[in-house]
Design a protein around this ligand. Sequence first.
Ligand SMILES: NC(=O)c1ccc[n+]([C@@H]2O[C@H](COP(=O)([O-])OP(=O)(O)OC[C@H]3O[C@@H](n4cnc5c(N)ncnc54)[C@H](OP(=O)(O)O)[C@@H]3O)[C@@H](O)[C@H]2O)c1
Length: 231
Amino acid sequence: MADDAPFDVQPGATVGEAEIDALYASTDALLRLNFVATLDGAANGPDGVSGSINSGADHQGFAAMRRAADVLLVGAGTVRAEEYGPARTPMVVVSRRAQRPESVRDKDGIVLATTRASGAQEDERIWVCGEDTVDLAAVIERARASFGPHVLCEGGPTLAAELVATGLVDELGLSWTPHLVGGSRAAHPRILDGTDVQVDLTCRHLLEEDGTLLGLWRVASLTEQARRSPR
Ligand SMILES: NC(=O)c1ccc[n+]([C@@H]2O[C@H](COP(=O)([O-])OP(=O)(O)OC[C@H]3O[C@@H](n4cnc5c(N)ncnc54)[C@H](OP(=O)(O)O)[C@@H]3O)[C@@H](O)[C@H]2O)c1
């Protein structure tokens, strides 16, 4: 547990829902990523979705992070793979296409952030942010202006890697669950996929329940990163 944790907890102590909420609470302008991974680093299970690799403890963290967030950010690949539905929290789906994925096509509380090249017409539920690719900094700024400062990105790996590479991510919430999946990187990506990054993090907390490790890390500040990797 970090020295400035919101409460004092000794190793081996039990934490309940209120403490878990306190660990994830933040009203700051924050971009937090949340992922679950197997012990061999896969971001999905044998069926290609993350529901088959999560656990009760992971779900507790997931729910606490959602309660803390003002707006969710999700890549269209995740929405298609997982038939991601709407949530109580507003959701922005990032895509190069003009239409929202099927599972959220006619649902309230969903915004599509897309490109001008998609041909989509801007309205309150379609944000055109970028020419050929969505400008992620612009989307986050717009999401904060519309819904509030605390943005929670629930994946997937392609979007998350771009966000990290762009320097937009402040925190990573990650659970390791006691599963092994094996297979290829194409079938089972890691939590960041496609874009190279080099980022250091510091641990805020690490909890354990029934073999799941539930952690929160903060991205080291840019000046700290520059000091560690001088050019
Ligand atoms: N373990 C976990 O916690 C977790 C969480 C989420 C997802 N997953 C898993 O991850 C897998 C999906 O991976 P993925 O990498 O395809 O997911 P993804 O990152 O959600 O989706 C990638 C898609 O997002 C859109 N996109 C991303 N960046 C963009 C940009 N800058 N501009 C425009 N569009 C952009 C594109 O959509 P278009 O193709 O529509 O243009 C792209 O094809 C699934 O197996 C899912 O179960 C795991």
